[in-house]
Design a protein around this ligand. Sequence first.
Ligand code: SF4
Length: 161
Amino acid sequence: MKTVQRTGPLSLLYAFMDAARGRASVEGEVPRRERPIGLYVLEAGGCEGCFMEIESLNGSAFALEQAGFVCVSDPADADWLLLTGAVTRVCAEMVDRVWRAMPPGRSLIAVGACAVDGGPFPAGYATLGGLEALTPVRRSIAGCPPSPDDILRALQELAQV
Ligand code: SF4
């Protein structure tokens, strides 16, 4: 596995990732069933294919809200962060900002090959190569891109845990 330097301009991201490790076991167990689960979708350096598949869930064909979820525009209203893209170095600070703005009980979900392990954009001078090498994620949804059906099914399974 490639070793990533943990100092310099990305130190903020690593602080966030380290904090996430400590929270994962506790916050992942917080039940949030009394209202729709708020999803904040963040594209962090992919081709936007996965982002568009998630967006299509908002269409009538997939009825995201009937399944118990709602897409929110403010991270402060979000329960789960759906991240797409390989996490480019220029996006790292944005990911950190969004994560910090979310309330306790938040979960991190990697959507698509890029977000899982970099996919076609492995770690290098421009990207961090996805989330799994950086931090525990609550759920990884494979595919390039995963279909809206795959994404919705994974979210529903996760909501039942
Ligand atoms: S996993 Fe594939 S479709 Fe999704 S952002 Fe990466 S390259 Fe695009």
